[in-house]
Write a protein that binds this ligand. Structure first.
Ligand SMILES: Cc1ncc(COP(=O)(O)O)c(C=O)c1O
Length: 409
């Protein structure tokens, strides 16, 4: 993964001691992905030590094998996988990891391969049809498996989240009782799970979802062994400054303690974004300026999918030897492809004298950034560098976000 440095003339510089400004000095022609293993390690330790239950990593947020290894080494033993590709990847990278197949709509062949070839025992579902599929795919010579952990996914509101996950998956209240009763019959351990939407800006999201869990358990009158509160834990972005993660954990813990479940029931969560947002950023070059529009060498088909398609804003910083003292102004970005859609509206605040040839760091791209990268139009190649400086913002340290570079419009 880190084999391309020579093309940048970076190989001679020892890795692990620099930040984005040092990378910019090398004048890289391609975008450079900066990796901060220390930041991912810190996030993982935070969840492992402070979440009042088990933390699964949602692999889709960033499936990099290097990151998976960092999380494993930091104590994350369980992984939320959503496709057979993710099952194979994590099994290959972390042979001892526990894999939980948490996509509620799976191919029967994928379930069978996960169960028989990769030791997966935990599956989510939100319909009786999916339950039938799981029991059929995991049976041996017509005998049903007796070691399944089945988690029924409830539909809950995404009202507190920046990205909704409320439309596509989740059983509605009137379908939950029969589903829980049938899943109880087919499972060794029965669970309930939900997802409050990504980047949930208030712990109330979890409190409200837990009232749905309580109602479902009371109505179905089944023994529940696992309550999985899903992902949705936020990171820090301009205009999205969430409360401390401890407040989320406290609300979840109190709601869990209040559920009519056995003493030995387990509490799980499945953070994606919160575990890896701080892990990486990119250094890009400005290829052209047109008024308040900057043409940069990464974009919608690269690591900036969310910036283009859902208007997500990221912190930005101008990387120059001498800091500019020109008043900041708001810019939008165009990416490198020939496509008008390759446009990131921002606004991104940078000194008013930014010009072609300048380098920028775009921060907090570890989650749903490089994971979305394509090679469309011949772009998409990046180099990677491990750096030792702090991410542009952090929910895990007292480090203040680099606010001078953050839009305050
Ligand atoms: C089932 C499931 N769990 C966890 C996650 C991770 O969510 P987040 O990155 O918001 O923590 C997702 C994201 O789509 C998901 O679908």
């Amino acid at each position: 993964m880190h084999k391309h440095h020579r093309a940048l003339g970076l190989a001679a510089t020892p890795s692990g001691t620099r930040g984005g400004a040092d990378i910019a000095k090398q004048k890289p022609v391609q975008p450079v992905t900066l990796l901060r293993p220390h930041a991912a390690r810190r996030a993982a330790r935070f969840f492992v030590e402070k979440f009042p239950g088990r933390s699964l990593y949602a692999v889709k947020a960033n499936p990099s094998p290097d990151l998976l290894q960092i999380l494993w080494d930091s104590g994350v033993t369980h992984y939320d996988v959503a496709s057979i590709g993710e099952v194979r990847l994590v099994r290959e990278t972390l042979p001892e990891a526990v894999l939980c197949f948490m996509h509620p709509v799976k191919a029967e062949e994928a379930i069978a391969e996960a169960y028989f070839d990769h030791g997966v025992r935990t599956f989510s579902l939100d319909t009786l049809e999916e339950l039938d599929k799981i029991t059929a795919a995991t049976a041996t010579d017509g005998v049903a498996a007796s070691d399944l952990n089945l988690l029924v996914r409830l539909r809950v509101s995404s009202d507190h989240a920046k990205l909704s996950l409320a439309a596509k998956f989740g059983a509605d209240p009137h379908d939950v009782k029969p589903l829980l009763m049938a899943a109880r019959q087919a499972s060794d351990a029965l669970g309930i799970c939900f997802h409050v939407g990504s980047q949930a800006m208030s712990p109330a999201a979890y409190a409200e979802a837990m009232t749905r869990v309580r109602a479902a358990i009371v109505e179905a009158a089944v023994t529940v062994d696992i309550v999985d509160v899903g992902g949705g834990f936020p990171s820090w972005y301009p205009g999205m400054e969430p409360p401390a993660l401890e407040t989320y954990f406290a609300v979840i813990h109190a709601a869990f303690e209040d559920l009519p479940i056995s003493y030995s029931a387990e509490l799980w969560c499945e953070p994606g974004r919160a575990l890896c947002a701080e892990y990486s950023s990119i250094v890009v070059r400005v290829e052209k300026r047109r008024g308040d529009e900057l043409y940069i060498n990464d974009g919608a088909y690269g690591a900036l999918f969310d910036a283009a398609h859902i208007g997500w804003r990221y912190p930005v910083e101008l990387l120059r030897d001498e800091p500019s003292h020109v008043r900041p102004m708001a810019f939008s970005f165009y990416g490198p492809t020939c496509d008008d859609l390759d446009h990131m509206a921002g606004p991104f605040e940078l000194p008013g004298d930014v010009k072609a040839g300048d380098y920028l760091e775009i921060g907090m791209l570890g989650a749903y950034g490089s994971a979305m990268r394509t090679g469309f139009n011949g772009f998409g190649a990046t180099h990677t560098e491990i750096v030792a400086d702090e991410p542009m913002a952090s929910l895990y340290t007292a480090v203040q976000p680099r606010r001078s570079n953050v839009v305050t419009l």
